[in-house]
Write a protein that binds this ligand. Structure first.
Ligand code: SF4
Length: 942
């Protein structure tokens, strides 16, 4: 260094102290270092040691400082004094708030617990909140999965024991071709960015399939601007090509999937279409060693994909034959799907050929011996380095479940799941549908429900139906309308409760769910339902309790507000019992803890439930003497036991010789151990257990040791899903539990045990020539739902949300910079500013979600761009499909899982003169918190 250069301190001390916790500016749950000065948050950075983000921090994460200081934070419990929706409240004490809640809820529990509907939004404590709801005894509990991505989750669980994000990820270290289907860019945010960075560094290829080329798709080597709702058709065409070319991993399909299982094809049998089983109920394969039937898991069995079995005069075939019939059907030939998908046949063929080339000509082999569940020893781990990832883009359609199933089937036929370079599960996943609970809904006044609310039905007997065939649940989940609604149907709760269909409720209790605005379809209609009164002048939904940290639009519609803390002021537990933060090579969980104390009279919602649960005498929340069992959520996290030796956190449990991983007794010092370790715990998966997890005895033994299961449970993937066939069989007239006649055809058509594609349901009920434009929303990387667009820093990135219009439509209508458009759907009209975007499917318009705000909400100025130019597409999406010829209307959901079909929306568009602000204008609501200052600036410490 030249001697006259000044000496700079390149790492000045920026804080008095660093407190390590878990980010909650989106649901990725990265580790963060919160730098403190004089007891206040000065700066947030990523935690380099954390398994999720390894030090990476996104724009949202660093803006956390603006979230914990947001003017919109609620300050104290509130009781409504004005009309519902007005935003007029009086401040009350916690004692008064909890007394009101107890006085409302105790009689409901004694008389009919199903009159409480308890639904939570994007919280990360579902194993806890569901326990509370079970103790209360209501069948009406779910979180937000039904309006988010349940199609992805349920298709993954039923097909192979898990899907993407929290359940699985590409093998970023080995993959050579990464294909990304529609994702929300704020989900799995840092891990995907880091993964894409890794593969780009190695020169691996990335392909994006998405109508819109933003975010991840913008850095893809190749982009397929597909027509919304046709992803399944494209995937079926890819499978068609691979079957036609014989580019399939036959050995993998035979050994590790039910492609080798024999199907009962006796048309006279009640089991027609089900797998042929032995007396122990084990599905049968043909063993190539003997040529005879053998159980799928028999020691030394070598399953055959080709041989048929003749029984009672009927030839029974392996699933593989049925797959060939389905996927070789000419309707899935590239030439026949090109027009609908908007992708040329040549490009489809090339994509299939590229996948085949990478999977089979560029296969990799890791020198890791392992033993499968049939006792066969494998000298190496063979990899097919094609990986995929998808989320809400392909799942939020009424054909989304089968589309997601098709995607998993594509991965499976390539042999690219749980193999090097393909997709890898994150422990404790994979976990097949049979390892999950079934839904429960038996209500007994004054008692707990008979089991967990949500789960995976295996046949008609598992549906949540009353003896008269009506729905047990207010959202009609697990009925013939949507039999496999594994996450419930939160988007139908308010609409059904308002209609009294299937019954009326007394109290709607919600947490962190902005249901009167961006989290509902038909936002205007929902506001009317929440404020509607009956002939006696009473509200149709009599009581609404709501908990949120912020003055969101939903606050004004509640009668009682229980103000929550921000994420840096609370205990939380990101548990293996919920949605884990694991990586493919490590099992991990994490906590949040109060790195700052609230400066307001607010309480963590989970701690409030501990208190309320005790006041209501809920099982699991009181001791034998009736006293409160858990002082607060931290106490629950430490001391709750779910199964012997298993609690919410898996790290630093107490054993005979001190602390241990996985199983063990509660440890009073557990949370402190997490804090000392940076807020997380993780344990590496042994090397010989890192791939082939469901089939690998090394992994199975380790999983039992860690407490994921109590005994080894190897299983095979199921491209053929029997529970779907059982529902179809019922629709064909077999069995005791029968669908109503008007739903028989829908069940037969949509619940196929092999993947199929059908057009989005609303396309058959509207004039697609008139409504000829697809309309989508996306969430940007820099915003997480409505939280971000009130954040002083993030608002500078996305303060308004124009409607992006592709070149063809832009020119057709003569739009120019500054133009506005009237956008009409079959159920609504909005008028909004437009902007040209070339990298977009030519028949699709789109906008960012949840930027538009209602005047008076979020402590924003009524003239803020979010409230004047920002808008919601939700006004155009109805929660019900258009009326059928018989006068019936069905929910705008996937008929298999009940997933909200947000992205089936079709509109027409026309150029109009610019109004003063985006339409419709919803009248302002009073703010229960003061407006934020016009300039927000402060300095923490010196
Ligand atoms: S990706 Fe999500 S969890 Fe991670 S730093 Fe960003 S906002 Fe926080």
């Amino acid at each position: 260094m030249p001697k006259d250069q000044p000496i700079l301190d390149t790492s000045p001390k920026v804080s008095d102290e660093v407190r390590q916790t878990t980010c909650y500016m989106c649901a990725c749950r990265c580790g963060i270092n919160v730098h403190m000065k004089e007891g206040k948050v000065a700066y947030i950075e990523g935690n380099k040691d954390h398994p999720v983000n390894q030090g990476v921090l996104c724009a949202k994460g660093s803006a956390g400082i603006m979230q914990v200081n947001a003017p919109s934070r609620l300050k104290t419990p509130l009781k409504r004094v004005g009309p519902r929706g007005s935003g007029e409240f009086e401040e009350i004490s916690w004692e008064e708030a909890l007394t009101i809640a107890t006085d409302w809820l105790a009689p409901v529990r004694e008389e009919d617990p199903s009159k409480l509907a308890f639904f939570t939004g994007r919280d990360q404590s579902q194993s806890f909140t569901s326990l509370w709801a079970q103790g209360f005894g209501t069948p009406n509990y779910a979180a937000h999965g039904g309006f988010c991505s349940v199609n992805m989750a349920a298709a993954g669980i039923y097909t192979m024991g898990g899907a993407f994000w929290e359940f699985g990820q590409p093998d970023w270290d080995h993959t050579k071709m990464f294909v990304l289907f529609g994702v929300a860019e704020d989900h799995d945010s840092n891990p995907i960015k880091m993964g894409i960075g890794k593969i780009k560094e190695r020169g691996a290829r990335m392909v994006g399939v998405n109508p819109i080329r933003t975010g991840y798709n913008a850095v893809a080597d190749d982009w397929f601007g597909i027509t919304p709702g046709t992803d399944g058709l494209l995937i079926m065409a890819l499978i068609h090509e691979l079957f036609k070319a014989g580019k399939l991993d036959l050995d993998y399909l035979a050994r590790f999937t039910n492609a080798s299982c024999i199907v009962n094809e006796d048309p006279s049998s009640d089991e027609n279409g089900l797998l042929l089983c032995d007396d122990d109920g084990q599905p049968q394969v043909i063993d190539r060693n003997t040529g005879h039937l053998a159980p799928w898991n028999g020691k030394g069995v070598e399953p055959d994909l080709g041989t048929t079995y003749r029984h009672a005069g009927v030839t029974h075939r392996p699933v593989f034959h049925l797959m060939a019939d389905r996927f070789l059907d000419p309707q899935y030939a590239p030439e026949n799907v090109a027009e609908a998908t908007g992708i040329s046949a040549d490009r489809i063929k090339q994509l299939a050929a590229d996948m085949a080339h990478v999977a089979f000509e560029e296969a990799i082999e890791l020198d890791r011996p392992w033993t499968d569940f049939r006792g066969k020893k494998h000298a190496t781990m063979v990899g097919r380095p094609v990986s995929m990832h998808a989320m809400r883009g392909i799942s939020a359609h009424s054909n989304g479940f089968q589309t997601c199933r098709a995607l998993h089937t594509l991965q499976i036929i390539l042999g690219a799941v749980e193999t090097p370079g393909g997709m890898r599960f994150k422990p404790p996943y994979p976990k097949p549908a049979t390892a999950h609970p079934k839904p429960h809904g038996k209500v007994t006044p004054g008692e707990a429900l008979n089991g967990p609310h949500l789960g995976y039905p295996h046949g008609p007997e598992d549906l949540m139906l009353k003896d008269d065939g009506s729905a047990i649940r207010i959202d009609k989940a697990f009925t013939w309308e949507n039999p496999l609604s594994a996450h419930g149907m939160m988007h139908m709760v308010i609409s059904n409760a308002h209609a009294g269909d299937p019954y009326k409720i007394d109290t709607l209790f919600m947490y962190m769910a902005n249901m009167s605005w961006n989290s509902s379809m038909n936002s205007t209609g929902v506001m009317e339902m929440l404020t509607d009164t009956d002939e006696d002048g009473e509200y149709v939904i009599p009581r609404i309790i709501y908990s949120d940290a912020y003055s969101s639009e939903m606050v004004a519609f509640a009668d009682l507000i229980l103000p929550d803390t921000t994420y840096l002021e609370r205990h939380d537990c990101i548990s293996l019992l919920d949605r884990p933060i694991c990586e493919a090579d490590a099992v991990a969980d994490a906590i949040r803890w109060p790195v700052i104390e609230p400066d307001r009279d607010v309480r963590g919602f989970q701690s409030v439930l501990c208190d309320l649960g005790a006041r209501l005498n809920l099982p699991g929340f009181v001791n034998d003497d009736g006293s409160q069992k858990y002082e607060d959520y931290a106490d629950y996290i430490t001391n709750h036991i779910r199964r012997p030796g298993i609690g919410p956190l898996a790290g630093w449990r107490m054993g005979e010789k001190g602390t241990q991983d996985g199983r063990g007794e509660p440890n009073e010092g557990q949370i402190d151990s997490y804090i000392s370790n940076g807020g997380f715990w993780h344990a590496e998966v042994p090397k010989d257990a890192a791939y082939y997890k469901p089939f690998n005895m090394g992994y199975q033994d380790w999983a039992v040791e860690m407490g994921f299961f109590d005994s080894v449970q190897p299983y095979i993937f199921t491209p053929y899903v029997e529970p779907l066939r059982r529902m179809q069989l019922a629709a064909e007239g077999h069995g005791r539990v029968q669908p109503p006649d008007h739903l028989r055809d829908q069940v037969k058509d949509t619940m196929d045990p092999l993947p199929i594609w059908y057009a989005p349901l609303s396309d058959n009920r509207i004039d697609t020539d008139e409504f000829n434009v697809h309309a989508l929303t996306q969430r940007p990387m820099a915003m997480y739902h409505s939280w971000g667009s009130q954040n002083a820093w993030l608002r500078q990135l996305h303060g308004r949300n124009p409607l992006y219009v592709p070149t063809k439509i832009w020119e057709q209508h003569g739009f120019e910079e500054g133009s506005w458009a009237k956008v009409t759907s079959p159920s609504g009209v909005i008028t909004v500013p437009v902007m040209h975007m070339a990298a977009l499917n030519e028949n699709t318009v789109w906008t960012w979600n949840a930027i538009g705000k209602r005047k008076g909400a979020w402590a924003l100025d009524e003239k803020a761009p979010e409230a004047t130019e920002g808008f919601l597409l939700n006004h155009l999406i109805h929660e019900l499909l258009p009326e059928q010829t018989d006068g019936m209307r069905w929910s705008n959901s996937d008929p298999v899982t009940g997933q909200a079909a947000w992205f089936d929306l079709r509109v027409k568009i026309e150029k109009v003169a610019a109004p003063a602000e985006a339409q419709p204008v919803t009248p302002p609501q009073k703010s229960p918190v003061p407006k934020g200052p016009s300039k927000l600036a402060w300095k923490v410490g010196k």
